[in-house]
Design a binder for this molecule. Structure first.
Ligand code: PSU
Ligand code: MN
Length: 308
């Protein structure tokens, strides 16, 4: 679509790049509002945009502001979102109409960011980790709308897998049900955010950006939806498995004790992990988002090259 409308506003630089077929990478903003504390969230948002530029692509941070779906938030708007933190809303697919009609400020989840990226005409999207099937979903039915959107919107999401706050095997099962190819970037293993290997495999390993772009082009030539690209955290940034698994177990039991439910669950767990690790988890988190941004930009560049 790539044009502005009543509810969509594409930043000037992003619109120019899209118009000329230059590579663009979308970024989500729940990670800014609800995923990291201020001011590290603002610093991360700016650094990741610079990383994407460094690889020759244009960043498009997506959020809800001024009654619009914004594709390409910058400057003071980015600062406002980072400062507001938890007092901004968290917009998943079901929240979109309500929040837009109320002109609310909101961070967009993976699901909503994919939706808006697609409306804007952006094909690549980088984040940290996706939402998925929560542990205990057999009783709570808590399955992130991210998995449904991946089955629909033709956007590739580069992530470091999913945190083991989720049930990873069930998450992979639902991705299969929704017809989402799961690629491993330089690996045959599905990564687990702080860890390079979740203990589960991917569907297709790709060696480089060119191979990933070839699968994306084929997927979309077939008229199919999203693709998940698992890009493992770099060895030097990974955490000790026993340590982080212990922290996650503690965070999960705290969430249970405090009766945390629904959309509050993921932000609560992220905050708890941050507190329990004395901020150590944030370093790994920022490092892996930067790594994903660079890879998404490389794939966007490769895809733009194939199309030209
Ligand atoms: N996982 C993370 N960091 C995050 C999120 C997930 O490690 O910031 C955010 C993403 O925006 C993701 C959302 O799309 O949480 C999933 O929330 P829910 O489970 O409520 O769908
Ligand atoms: Mn949920």
């Amino acid at each position: 679509m790539s044009s502005n409308s009543e509810f969509l506003q594409i930043g000037e630089e992003v619109a120019a790049a899209l118009g000329e077929g230059r590579p663009v990478v979308a970024l989500e903003s729940t990670i800014i509002s609800h995923g990291m504390p201020f001011p590290q969230n603002l610093d991360m948002a700016r650094t990741v945009e610079a990383d994407i530029r460094g690889q020759g692509a244009v960043p498009a941070t997506i959020a809800l502001m001024h009654g619009k779906m914004m594709a390409g938030v910058s400057g003071t708007d980015l600062e406002e979102l980072a400062e507001k933190g938890f007092s901004a809303a968290k917009a998943s697919r079901r929240d979109l109409a309500g929040l837009l009609a109320g002109k609310r400020l909101a961070g967009t989840t993976v699901a909503t960011t994919m939706q808006i990226a697609h409306l804007a005409g952006i094909r690549l999207f980088a984040t940290g980790g996706i939402g998925g099937v929560h542990r205990g979903a057999e009783t709570t039915f808590d399955i992130s709308a991210d998995l449904q959107e991946l089955g629909c919107a033709p956007v590739a999401v580069v992530c470091a897998g999913a945190k083991s706050i989720l049930d990873i095997p069930k998450t992979l099962e639902v991705l299969e049900t929704n017809g989402v190819p799961v690629l491993g970037y330089g690996t045959e293993r599905f990564p687990a955010f702080y860890l390079r290997d979740s203990g589960h495999g991917v569907d297709y390993a790709v060696a480089d950006a060119g191979e990933a772009a070839s699968i994306l082009q084929t997927q979309w030539a077939l008229g199919m939806g999203g693709v998940l690209i698992g890009n493992p955290i770099l060895e030097q940034d990974a955490m000790d498995a026993d340590y982080i698994n212990g922290v996650i177990a503690r965070a999960l039991s705290d969430a249970d004790d405090e009766g945390i439910r629904g959309k509050d669950t993921t932000p609560f767990l992220l905050q708890r992990i941050f507190d329990l690790t004395g901020g150590e988890s944030l370093k790994s988190n920022i490092a892996l988002v930067r790594n994903n941004a660079r890879v998404a930009a490389d794939i966007a560049v490769a895809l733009a090259g194939r199309r030209a």
